[in-house]
Design a protein around this ligand. Sequence first.
Ligand code: FE2
Length: 310
Amino acid sequence: MIKNKNKYDHLFKNVSPASMSGIHIFGADDDYFKPQKYNDVTNLENRIWEDLFINVIPLIDQYVCREYLLGMRTLPIPKDRFPEFDAISPLIENSTNWQLVPVSGFLTEDLFFDLNANRKFPVTDIIRKSPRFEEKYSSESIHNEEGYTPEPDIFHDIQGHIPFLMNKPYADFMHEVGILGDNILKDERRLGAELVSHNLRRLQNFAWWTYEFGLIYNNLDTNHFRRKENDMEYEIYGSGIISSFDETLNVINCAKGLSEKSKILPYDIEEIVMTSFNYSEIQDRYYVVKSMEELYKSFKNNQELFWFEG
Ligand SMILES: [Fe+2]
């Protein structure tokens, strides 16, 4: 687990306090595996899914990148009810050898990267704003809103991430990130706990500004998959944007010059790994890669950034 205070913290930029207090975090020793009970999903939960989906899908269709759109076209992700993990997982396994693993909630970094290193993607079957969600956090005071959840829910996990795992280069990239996280945590280079924790935070920053909140330059070729042409300079590939209507709208408004709330910056891996983020706000910046290939290549060629030795 990443500790709160680390002697290398001062090296990070953009540090703002982000509280995770109150969130249940499951580790490898906990009973984290939790099969989906699809028949127990209530009408209300299905309706929450439908509302979220219908709200965001016109924007997604117009502005999300090619990899996502193609994955979405091929997976049984329904618009009006919860997706069924057992219907999706074999299709992904057949395409890229990844599997869905149903889990109880937020996982420790160790467990998360360990699963990814084995081409397993953890997914939860609880949805924001539902009675089940409220019950889980009945003893805590936390945000639980349409545009934001304190922990990943089924909408973020499935609608935000899973279509990408149908794409081989993307799936391999996610696997490599998992392996690196695993290797950092095993302290392969015997750097000691403080540096392990610092390097892991670098990798989390990288993940945050790329596959969670990244943009890519508009690839005009993608337009023939869309119902409506993309009229901004970028496409969205960050899963954290895709699963939030508010965040998606913010990206569009900033990209079109209608808002100055967030900066849109060129991708720079050295800057990204040293830039912290806040879980609980609309992001103050988005980094743009030229192409997904640029992202994969830069990750491959800059592994030493994640092995800082002090
Ligand atoms: Fe995520």
